[in-house]
Design a protein around this ligand. Structure first.
Ligand SMILES: Cc1cc2nc3c(=O)[nH]c(=O)nc-3n(C[C@H](O)[C@H](O)[C@H](O)COP(=O)(O)OP(=O)(O)OC[C@H]3O[C@@H](n4cnc5c(N)ncnc54)[C@H](O)[C@@H]3O)c2cc1C
Length: 186
């Protein structure tokens, strides 16, 4: 039996959750690490998220998104990734204070935190050198290491990060399968 492709997503905000959702729906085994500090927790009422015009708090939006993502089989671990490295077998290893986790794909969706990107040797650029540079598919300078959302310098809007997470997931799925991919419910 073929092994399921797997991915680690660092950051469970709008970008990371959306990326994980699309990856999981395509059959990837996905683990999100999130230490609970999404900017969305600071928003008392979001009114510019399409489809939620009545307004919803950032924390409620995150809670709904987490439930949706978990229903698709994603593991969300409330943990801080303190280091990442590329192992000899080509997999990425995420290190927490308790354990180490390895996967074929790594997605950095950690908003302002670029320490892991720097540790992997990724160049920072953009406004004030604060953002991770990616190609048009969201891939960084390291093959199979992607970045999504605000960490790439995307506009600071929740719906943009969510869309970017989806876009990056689809790029990963296409890279893995070598063919065009759509996720359409009928
Ligand atoms: C005060 C305020 C008001 C805002 N109001 C609005 C608004 O009205 N409308 C709107 O569209 N946008 C608003 N935003 C912006 C919106 O919150 C962001 O654009 C959006 O949250 C970015 O999504 P993201 O996934 O890129 O980052 P985030 O949602 O910030 O998610 C990043 C996640 O990564 C986690 N993380 C980082 N490093 C690690 C690590 N090493 N290990 C584990 N986890 C890690 C963090 O804990 C966090 O949960 C507001 C932001 C602020 C600060």
């Amino acid at each position: 039996m073929e092994e399921r492709p797997d991915a680690i997503v660092v950051g469970g905000g709008a970008a990371g959750l959306s990326c994980a959702l699309f990856l999981a729906r395509a059959g990837f085994a996905v683990t999100i690490f999130d230490d609970g500090r999404s900017s969305l927790h600071r928003v008392s009422c979001i009114r510019n998220y399409l489809g939620l015009g009545e307004g919803v708090s950032g924390s409620e939006l995150l809670a709904r998104a987490r439930r949706q993502v978990e229903r698709c089989g994603v593991s969300i671990l409330h943990d801080d990734v303190i280091a990442v490295r590329l192992a000899r077998d080509g997999r990425f290893v995420a290190v927490t204070r308790q354990a180490e986790f390895a996967s074929r794909y790594l997605v950095l969706a950690s908003n302002k935190r670029t320490d892991l990107a720097s540790a992997l040797g990724l160049a920072l650029g953009g406004h004030g050198g604060r953002f991770v540079a990616t190609n048009p598919h969201g891939e960084t300078g390291l093959p199979r290491c992607y970045a999504a959302g605000r960490i790439t310098g995307a506009p600071s809007q929740a719906i943009v990060s969510a869309g970017d997470g989806a876009r990056v997931a689809i790029a990963i799925i296409q890279a893995e399968r070598g063919e065009y991919y759509v996720d359409h419910d009928t």
